[in-house]
Design a protein around this ligand. Structure first.
Ligand code: ADP
Ligand code: GN1
Ligand code: MG
Length: 345
């Protein structure tokens, strides 16, 4: 580890290096040095991100764009170069590493206060607004077809077909319900009225840092999936995670209208350029992102847990059941969600 850290241009001598955060994909460590500087060191999961150098090209370009509009160092990630001038280090074992400044703040796995959802809505809304003039065609597609829900269905069908661990027999009711929803999977992708924007694509509450004291939004984290996408998907993924009554591992879940309203308020306030069609698509975005993550967790369970980090053997099944329950609930609540959005406007 020392050899890896010493390849980067940081300040001071390392006094501690500990695993940090609760992301499902990368391996994250917090490093503190004797000068009081703190950094994040991450091993990029290159099973998930096949082109780590492209991931870093996107992240550096986006953060440079954001920094030109807002120079506050707590508002934008700052990546460190290696001593050879790169943003990404490949070690002799073939692993890829990056390092960036640690920003003190809260990355919440669940809201602590009602206003945390309003703050997250402001944070992700601002992010999208500030990237309106970013040249979208220059971004690499770091995970091809990332939010292509029909494609996620194809992957599920392939996992069912392969049934590598003989687990399909455990999930017949889930598969039946998912297949009933399949005609809806392409509904937003086929809507030609929706513009492609630069979106974050992973708008979990713990991917936006909040101020420790005031809980105001500071900085959007986890830029690995910044790609062209639909605003309704960024909105929807944030609702799926942040406005849910329980976490992804819980045995039950439903959407909380109060949390939903708070997030919608923040997002609409901070992203005033959304078109009428985009605004109408927001509730459906929440249903589709929840459906899609449910499909992905179930696929990974059937495939033998190769994608999402798990802490116990049936965790991806628990996550899938939780997301399916949440998706059913959101589907029933779509008309009321649309009503709330109209009222907020
Ligand atoms: P993953 O893709 O695995 O979710 P993230 O980039 O989201 O990885 O990082 C995991 C966690 O590390 C975040 O949820 C957050 O708690 C913490 N984190 C990441 N970057 C920073 C930072 N610059 N300052 C403070 N905490 C951070
Ligand atoms: C992953 O990396 P993290 O934990 O922020 C995943 C998201 C899922 C989410 C489900 C690159 O997000 O797409 O929605 O887990 N990220 C990637 O919790 O696949
Ligand atoms: Mg994350």
């Amino acid at each position: 580890m020392t050899n890896i850290i010493n390849c980067f241009t940081f300040i001071g001598n390392v006094v501690s290096c500990k695993e940090f955060g609760s992301g499902h994909i990368n391996t994250t460590m917090k490093i503190v040095t004797d000068t009081g500087h703190a950094y994040i060191l991450q091993k990029i999961n290159h099973t998930v991100f096949k082109q780590p150098v492209q991931v870093m090209e996107n992240a550096v370009a986006v953060t440079e764009h954001l920094r030109k509009k807002d120079s506050n160092p707590r508002h934008t990630l700052r990546f460190l170069k290696t001593k050879s001038g790169d943003y990404c280090l490949q070690d002799p074992n073939g692993n890829y590493w990056r390092m960036y400044e640690f920003i003190p703040g809260l990355a919440l796995d669940a809201p602590e206060r009602l206003e945390d959802l309003y703050a997250a809505g402001l944070g992700f809304g601002r992010f999208q607004q500030m990237l309106l003039d970013f040249p979208v065609q220059t971004l690499h597609e770091t995970i091809p077809h990332f939010h292509n829900t029909p494609n996620r269905y194809t992957q599920l069908e392939q996992a069912v077909q392969a049934d590598r661990l003989n687990r399909v027999k455990e999930v017949h009711p889930q598969l039946e319900w998912l297949m009933e929803q399949k005609p809806l999977a392409s509904s937003l992708l086929e809507n030609k009225a929706l513009p492609l924007r630069v979106t974050h694509n992973d708008t979990k509450l713990n991917n936006v840092l909040l101020d420790t004291e005031t809980h105001a939004p500071l900085c959007v984290l986890d830029l690995d999936t910044v790609m062209p996408g639909l605003s309704a998907y960024d909105f929807g993924d944030a609702i799926r995670f942040g406005a849910a009554a329980y976490g992804e591992d819980a045995p039950e879940n439903h959407m909380d209208f109060t949390l939903f309203t708070q997030y919608a308020k923040g997002f609409l306030e901070a992203a005033p350029n959304l078109t009428e069609d985009e605004i109408q698509a927001l509730p459906m975005g929440a249903f589709l992102m929840t459906l899609e993550v449910g499909v992905r967790f179930l696929t990974d369970y059937l495939d033998g847990d190769q994608y999402f980090r798990i802490a116990y053997p049936t965790q991806n099944l628990d996550r899938a059941n939780n997301q399916l329950m949440l998706a059913k609930d959101i589907k029933e609540k779509l008309p009321e969600m649309a009503q709330i959005i109209q009222t907020l406007r």
